[in-house]
Design a protein around this ligand. Structure first.
Ligand code: ADP
Ligand code: MG
Length: 485
């Protein structure tokens, strides 16, 4: 090993398909779930001669909202440019994008400085997995696509992963994109370089990163590869590399193209946009439509629940949006009664998630919204109140929760029907206590001689005899009193 110290530099370029009803420049449907190829197409997105594009206002608004959320500078003047190149997935022979005047400049997210955010159209999807020919599906051609570029300020693979996750979360909170990486709705390209001086080293761009894990692994791999290249006295070549997820390596794809290769020029078919002249694009108007953002939710949860909520559980509420909303609704149902909050947090994050994981594994997050159709937040809160007030044992509450999870229902009715309400009826319990003491003379003797653990055993017997429906604290008191007599 040499004594040189290499510092890593990473800049990300992230594309996200925007959630709109129609495509970026025509009224073909924007349906990411359409499986049948080439149904959401029209002469405009197929690039037929004589057609004219029309700007999708909603898509522009989505990008501007992201701009407001990251506190970037919204463009006043903006235009669309043609980026010219030939490829089977680009029917017009050019992609409509933005070059000189992006919708947003600057801003920060997760501590990372942003360069710009612009709007363009997606390409078609090509498939090369069948026979000795390729297939092209144009459903994706012309979907609104946001591109966000960061400054070269990211210093590690973990930081790159964190940034990408945080962006996904922001896009979801804003409702502008589903940003599902596995579905290709969010695609990350990482620019990576290492240097042992205070100027930047030659960067390599890595593509095909379709999960957060591959982002982190590819960056890690590439940093090591570049250090090895430099250590062996060679130079890093500026190029585009792909990520092979099977082999866990990056591989050379092509030499990097320069922007002048694309012959960018303003698209003469589209009007220039004077953002400040469109009232609904004013940042004050956009702000009104922006919901509570992830960093604000984190702050609110930390201040409201303090030690009752671990950081790990807080992040689950932040990350799984319907779960976080559900938690808020449960808390509202307590109507200011704070003493059940901790119990609710425990039952939500361990028991309810536990039930869901049994059915769905890690995809419980996508399935959560369905739960509230069975267990209303009000009924969940009701069950928590029963636990908090010892009307039902925690054992019993878990059973009731499982019943509610399966078929819904009112927890009070369910608990009664299953005989799970705590027996606090002294007459009934004293009969049971008497029987237990008679059946366990040795244990009673031990307790009299000071063995406290014996009491636990006797309480346990009482719980068993009542199928968990006795109030354990009450049982313990009654056993103590009965022995002392
Ligand atoms: P290009 O013109 O080659 O596309 P840009 O300057 O537009 O390069 O930068 C593209 C991306 O590469 C940005 O995310 C930027 O932060 C990143 N980047 C630029 N220089 C470096 C470098 N030396 N190391 C790592 N990333 C870099
Ligand atoms: Mg670039």
């Amino acid at each position: 090993m040499s004594q040189k110290k290499y510092s890593p530099t990473i800049g990300l370029e992230i594309h996200a398909e925007l959630k709109t009803l129609t495509k970026m420049f025509c009224n073909s449907k924007n349906d990411p779930d359409e499986q049948k190829p080439n149904v959401n197409i029209c002469p405009v997105c197929m690039g037929h001669p004589g057609t004219l594009p029309v700007i999708n206002k909603e898509a522009v608004k989505h990008v501007l909202k992201v701009g407001v959320a990251v506190e970037g500078e919204l463009a006043d003047f903006t235009e669309f440019d043609r980026k010219n190149y030939f490829y089977p997935d680009i029917p017009k022979g050019y992609q409509i994008s933005q070059y000189k005047y992006p919708l947003v400049k600057g801003g920060t997210l997760s501590g990372v400085a942003l360069t710009r955010i612009h709007l363009e159209e997606d390409t078609a999807r090509s498939g090369h997995d069948e026979g000795d020919y390729s297939l092209v599906d144009f459903n994706r051609a012309g979907l609104p696509l946001m591109e966000l570029v960061t400054e070269p300020v990211i210093k590690s693979a973990e930081e790159a992963g964190t940034f990408a996750r945080e962006l996904q979360l922001l896009l979801r909170y804003l409702g502008v994109s589903n940003a599902n990486m596995e579905k290709g709705e969010m695609r990350v390209e990482a620019n990576i370089s290492v240097s042992d001086t205070d100027t930047f080293g030659t960067k390599v761009e890595v593509k095909n990163l379709n999960s957060f894990r591959s982002v982190e692994r590819a960056v890690r791999f590439e940093l090591e590869r570049q250090i090895d290249v430099l250590e062996s006295g060679e130079k890093v070549i500026q190029e585009t590399r792909g990520w092979d997820d099977g082999k866990q390596v990056t591989f050379s794809q092509r030499a990097k193209e320069e922007s002048h290769d694309y012959r960018y020029f303003p698209d003469p078919d589209l009007p220039k946009l004077m953002i400040s002249e469109i009232p609904e694009f004013a940042s004050a108007a956009l702000k009104k439509e922006i919901p509570e953002l992830p960093r604000e939710v984190r702050e609110r949860l930390s201040t409201s629940y303090g030690d009752k909520l671990t950081e790990e559980n807080r992040e689950i509420f932040v990350r799984v949006i319907p779960f976080g909303n559900y938690f808020n609704a449960v808390i509202s149902a307590f109507a200011g009664e704070k003493k059940h909050e901790k119990i609710a947090i425990n039952y939500l994050t361990s028991d309810l998630i536990g039930l869901m994981k049994k059915d769905f594994g890690d995809s419980w997050e996508e399935e959560f919204a369905k739960v509230s159709t069975k267990i209303s937040p009000e009924n969940f809160a009701k069950l928590m109140r029963q636990v908090g007030e010892s009307v039902i044992s925690s054992r019993g509450a878990k059973d009731v929760l499982a019943l509610m999870y399966k078929d819904g229902g009112d927890p009070v009715v369910l608990a009664e029907k299953a005989g799970l309400l705590q027996k606090s009826n002294e007459g009934e319990l004293s009969e049971i206590v008497k029987t237990i003491l008679q059946a366990n003379p040795k244990v009673v003797e031990d307790f009299k001689n000071g063995k406290e653990a014996s009491l636990q055993f006797l309480v346990g017997q009482g719980m068993r005899a009542t199928k968990g429906s006795a109030n354990p604290a009450m049982l313990a008191t009654m056993i103590r009193e009965s022995i002392a007599k």
